[in-house]
Design a binder for this molecule. Sequence first.
Ligand code: TEU
Ligand code: CA
Length: 536
Amino acid sequence: MKFFKSTVYQIYIKSFNDSNGDGIGDINGITEKLDYLKDLGVDYLWITPFFKSPQKDNGYDISNYLEIDPIFGTMEDFDNLIKESNKRKIGIMLDMVFNHTSTEHIWFKKALQGDEKYINYYIFKDEKTNWESKFGGNAWQYVKELDKYYLHLFDVTQADLNWDNKELREELKNVVRFWKKKGVSGFRFDVVNLISKPNKFVDDNIGDGRRFYTDGPNIHQYLKELVKDTNLEDMITVGEMSSTSLENCIKYSNPNEKELSQVFNFHHLKVDYKNKDKWELMEANLDELYDIFSLWQEEMYKNGGWNALFWCNHDQPRIVSRFGQDKEYRIISSKMLATFIHLLRGTPYIYQGEEIGMTNAYYKDISEYLDVESINYYNILLKKGKSKEEALNILSQRSRDNSRTPVQWNNTLNAGFSTGKPWMNLSNNYKEINVEKDIKDEQSILNYYKKLVSLRKKEDIISQGDIKFIKQDNNKIFIYKRTLNNEKLYCICNFSKEDIDLDMSKFKDYEVLIQNYSDVDYNKIRAYEAIVYIKR
Ligand code: TEU
Ligand code: CA
């Protein structure tokens, strides 16, 4: 596996860097920052969708897979990005949204005109079920043109595609072939474990419908076919797996199955959902967090699977504001969380801004939120009887917009993101938290990430060693052990702001590989401390 020692950097293009002052991040904005990314040491860039789109879900609602939306630039800009990133040995991964298209896509429009061929590209039924959309409300929409309902697991403008139709599958393969030819190095497949729908559509009397379409009946067959027919075996491919199971993820990512090279799962990012409800707040349950990591790390290893490792993406609140602490412990807790992820087995992903410890947005007013899911749920929460204040408080911790504020490059106008009016409000802490400041400070979060990325390249034990979690009596301390031949490595993290007694004297003859405090205390693990010992 050639990506063994690699780290991927995720770019949410709209908020990364605006090159032409229209307030929207763009392709040339990425090209401008390639030297910064090279310096960070990352090997691949996953760029979120920049294809033609009405932008109801910021590009995850695609109306043409083969064209670039003019707000992001031109095909020439993209060719140039490929050329410039190749020069720096950075690969580009594109985001394939194949579970649904925008209702503005020509296929959907033709379907509405009654064209049988295109009606079969989507899931039109005479009757609806009680399934819920992931963005709130029922998952079916009535269209008078056909006197039928169509399925939309996400927004009403994102119509689910019918993968049981061979012709549709061929269309999507052509999309992959087109972008492969352009010279991309890999792909991220959006909610790809939802593409295989059940044979029968029936009400779900115990849930929201997901048990019928998650890791669906033909999912492995469809993935194998896609990979084989478009020759993706040797590329880096990562599937976003929604509400998936360990068993399925082993299959998705074990090289013998010839499906994908790695998988994202989200179980570790639901440990602060009260009663499994994203919109009910709760402190993170650390016992559960520990159990999920130990299970997934050890079992994926034993069964030949491969995890994508991450805390942050464009759908998640900022991790330092969530499992860390973004005030007096912002720097130390950012480094602790990074250490924990980057020494695990799998491929680490850094989401833009994470490498400088960017925080949640802390918006004060509902008008600042732009995300369709956030706005829908704000209204649902009010309908459920929450006060405006309560609903805003929930959004301030759970909204996807928390991660989508523009990247803070420096302390000048608009944090250096744009010379125009940014498409969404910046976080107002950019004077203290920005890239320029972190570059100059040797002890910065940015320089710490750089070190983590380079350690994975240097130390085989990180990329290839086996992994075992070591349970502690105190649920705030997370310890795992990596081994490779005669080498041993221990990663010890404190997920709390308490100093906790811990006898680490046995590590006196180990070397400290990386740590977020400047000295070693063998008797206790301090607030948000992370320390990694290695013996060769
Ligand atoms: O996300 C899928 C997904 O399930 C999450 O967005 C989830 O719905 C969210 O965290 C709510 O709890 C992917 C993309 O990453 C996301 O940006 C898109 O909106 C979505 O698919 C639809 O394409
Ligand atoms: Ca722009």
